[in-house]
Design a protein around this ligand. Structure first.
Ligand code: TAP
Length: 487
């Protein structure tokens, strides 16, 4: 297990010697002491990335792609170890880290490995006698700050497109969950990424993260996390006017119409909110149900929620693990009181599970509460296994509730009516819409939000707009063209 900063191709201690414990959320024990980068370490990482940039950006794009493909193979060859490490550090059930997180991480590096030599420019039809073409150039050194909810996957979402486009990377994982990003750095060194192309610098957000956002030699910062910190990143980035990309919180609307297939709704909604203990920006955290099917749906949904197997993330039969930190567990549980204060009813869960085996961990039962759409629990991102239920009568009312928060990241709707599905998809104020499914992601499909959910898109060819800048080149191809100001 790597626990030091990865700078210029080597694992090194922080200059200050400072470390922080990474904690196993299942039993509150220490997994490892991890080096914490300070500002001087970030400077070292930026210097290494700057030095690596000319060669990396001028390397044949197919060769950059080949390294990403080799990395994807290495991730698959080390799948079991990576899944175990991610489960230990985050609390995700191993069945998910094995079946979702690790394969998706490999798939993302592979997808962008394939894209590296397909980032094309264009020729613009201008007046006769001139050739005008546009190329896409890498930005230079990019900073990336990632959260603790999907650290392994987000390492690939952030690094893969940046590297494919020819940028060099300084990435700060979350202080709570740095281990899988360091493991990826180790694999990168093994498969032959040149020193300095990627630097992974665990550290505190307000120290290392803030300095990455401020750094005068970083051209762009890509951030995933809370809206509050997103705003700080924008402010900190203003010094050198760096490009900013923000993937922030969400309050996913999950709208169920009267004609929906309720079996599919129950399964899809449970996955939407309880997968990864609800710690997902795209979690289906607001169930908005047509009043005619609300009773039947809730009976089935609460019954499924009560049957979810909570336990040690390393047990392959576990369906829900602990939340990633004690502080976060306490925050999630505090929303149960908030719900009650505003007149909501706890329909299921609402507390830590009983049992000595889970007593030291940061567990929360799958929680379903009734709420008015304007209640705090239906407006604020709880980021746990906590879903509010509200009902609607008309389609207009359903749409108004769905669009009635400051967020706009992911939203789902369940109906057999094709016209209504497309009409709603168009009217939802949301970066992503799922029809008769929820929380589908793919490396090829643009991911990101509107409003308080941020701006910019990850994934697909769309993300290349984030990691490249266009250059327009004019060529006079006709020697007879008169000068612009004839004399
Ligand atoms: P944040 O505080 O936003 O943390 C995300 C990342 O930003 C971490 O790496 C964090 O560092 C870093 N950071 C913190 N302060 C910073 C600053 N001033 N400048 C630059 N970087 C900074 O999220 P959190 O505390 O982990 O979670 C709080 C809430 O954020 C959650 O309840 C949830 O609502 C939301 N959240 C959203 C997402 C997604 S996917 N949209 C993911 C996680 C959390 P350290 O944590 O290492 O100090």
């Amino acid at each position: 297990m790597q626990t030091q900063l990865f700078i210029n191709g080597r694992f090194v201690p922080a200059l200050s010697g400072e470390t922080l414990a990474s904690i196993n959320p299942h039993d509150n024990t220490e997994i490892a002491q991890v080096s914490m980068a300070g500002r001087a370490d970030i400077d070292r990482a930026v210097d290494a990335a700057k030095a690596a940039f000319p060669k990396w950006s001028n390397m044949a794009a197919a060769d950059r792609g080949r390294l990403l493909l080799k990395l994807a193979d290495a991730i698959e060859a080390n799948a079991d170890e990576l899944a175990r490490l991610e489960s230990l550090d985050t609390g995700h059930p191993i069945r998910d880290t094995r079946n979702l997180d690790v394969p998706r991480t490999a798939a993302t590096f592979r997808y962008f490995g394939g894209m590296a030599d397909k980032i094309e420019g264009s020729v613009i039809p201008v007046e006769a006698g001139f050739l005008n073409y546009m190329t896409r150039e890498p930005l230079g050194v990019v900073g990336q700050v990632v959260p603790w909810n999907f650290p392994l996957m987000f390492t690939s979402w952030k690094m893969a497109p940046a590297l494919a486009a020819g940028n060099c990377v300084v990435m700060k994982p979350a202080e709570l969950t740095p281990l899988s990003s360091l493991a990826i750095a180790e694999l990168m060194a093994e498969v032959g990424f040149p020193p300095g192309v990627v630097n992974v610098v665990p550290g505190l957000g307000y120290v290392a993260g803030q300095y990455i956002a401020e750094h005068p030699e970083i051209s762009k910062v890509a951030f995933t996390g809370s809206t509050a910190v997103g705003r700080k990143i924008v402010q900190a980035s203003s010094g050198n006017l760096k490009k900013v990309q923000l993937e922030l919180g969400g309050k996913g609307a999950n709208v169920v119409f009267s004609d929906a297939n309720l079996d599919a709704v129950v399964q899809g909604s449970a996955f939407g909110i309880f997968h990864n203990q609800g710690q997902a920006c795209i979690a289906a955290s607001r169930l908005i149900v047509h009043e005619s099917v609300a009773d039947e749906l809730l009976e089935r949904f609460t019954s499924l929620a009560r049957s979810i197997k909570i336990g040690d993330p390393l047990d392959p039969s576990t369906e829900m693990g602990p939340l990633t930190s004690q502080m976060h567990r306490d925050r999630v549980l505090s929303y149960v009181d908030v719900a009650r204060e505003q007149g909501g009813c706890v329909l299921s869960g609402g507390k830590a599970p009983h049992g000595a085996a889970l007593a030291k961990g940061f567990y929360v039962e799958p929680t379903i509460v009734s709420a008015k759409p304007t209640d705090r629990v239906a407006q604020e991102e709880v980021f746990g296994p906590f879903v509010t239920v509200s009902t609607f009568g008309s389609d207009e009312e359903g749409l108004a509730i769905a669009n009635g928060t400051e967020y706009g990241l992911g939203a789902g709707l369940w109906t057999r009516d094709l016209q209504r599905a497309h009409l709603f998809a168009r009217q939802l104020r949301s970066g992503m819409v799922w029809i008769n499914c929820y929380k589908r992601v793919s490396p090829g499909s643009p991911f990101g939000g509107v409003g308080a959910s941020g701006y910019g898109r990850e994934m697909g060819f769309e993300v290349m707009h984030e990691y490249t800048q266009p250059k327009s080149v004019w060529v006079n191809v006709d020697a007879d063209i008169p000068p612009y100001y004839p004399r």
